[in-house]
Design a binder for this molecule. Structure first.
Ligand SMILES: [Fe+2]
Ligand SMILES: [Fe+2]
Length: 184
């Protein structure tokens, strides 16, 4: 009977220890994970603000004039929450902790110019949402450029979120164009 070759340990204990500590971060990860985590937490705080704002607008959008708008606010709210989840998972992967303190969240969102707003008319709400989405488009675009090819997965995640964010902004702008045509 052939003797089974003795199993060779390819990796040293030290290497395995480092790999366990670093997880997905290898030497090909060229960004500073701490900086990325902090930027992702800032963007995530705008997603949570956006979620709350859309939900609030959906609760308050009872006008008979645009019944579709309530549904659209609801749909956007859910997508904002998905964005917050995607960012939280990436923050965790990079060894960070998603910010959880409400005041800290508000402060971080405000640092990008995002504040929860609640207009009294549907038109005001749509405008507020459009402005929020546009702030996010700017912030995401800037971070994607800054990351370049240093953190490929974060870049991809941010691009995906940016795509939806631009779509939201464009839908809201279309609504405002349509409503100004009807009024004019
Ligand atoms: Fe979003
Ligand atoms: Fe959005």
């Amino acid at each position: 009977m052939k003797k089974k070759p003795k199993q060779q340990t390819v990796f040293s204990e030290k290497e395995i220890g480092e790999a366990t500590k670093e997880g997905a971060i290898t030497k090909q990860y060229l960004a500073d994970p701490l900086l990325i985590v902090s930027s992702l937490n800032r963007l995530r705080s705008t997603e949570i603000t956006s979620y709350l704002q859309y939900k609030q607008h959906a609760y308050m959008a009872v006008s008979l004039l645009s019944p579709g708008l309530k549904t659209e606010f609801e749909a956007h709210a859910l997508q904002e929450l998905e964005h917050a989840d995607i960012l939280a998972n990436r923050i965790q992967q990079l060894g960070g902790v998603p910010v959880f303190d409400l005041q800290e969240l508000a402060g971080k969102a405000a640092s990008i110019g995002v504040y929860p707003e609640q207009g009294t008319t549907l038109l005001e709400m749509v405008r507020e949402n459009l402005m929020l989405e546009r702030r996010q488009v700017e912030a995401y675009s800037a971070l994607i450029r800054e990351i370049g090819d240093k953190d490929l997965v974060t870049r991809q995640l941010l691009l995906d979120i940016l795509q939806t964010t631009e779509q939201h902004a464009s839908e809201l702008a279309d609504f405002l164009k349509r409503s100004s045509e009807t009024r004019g």
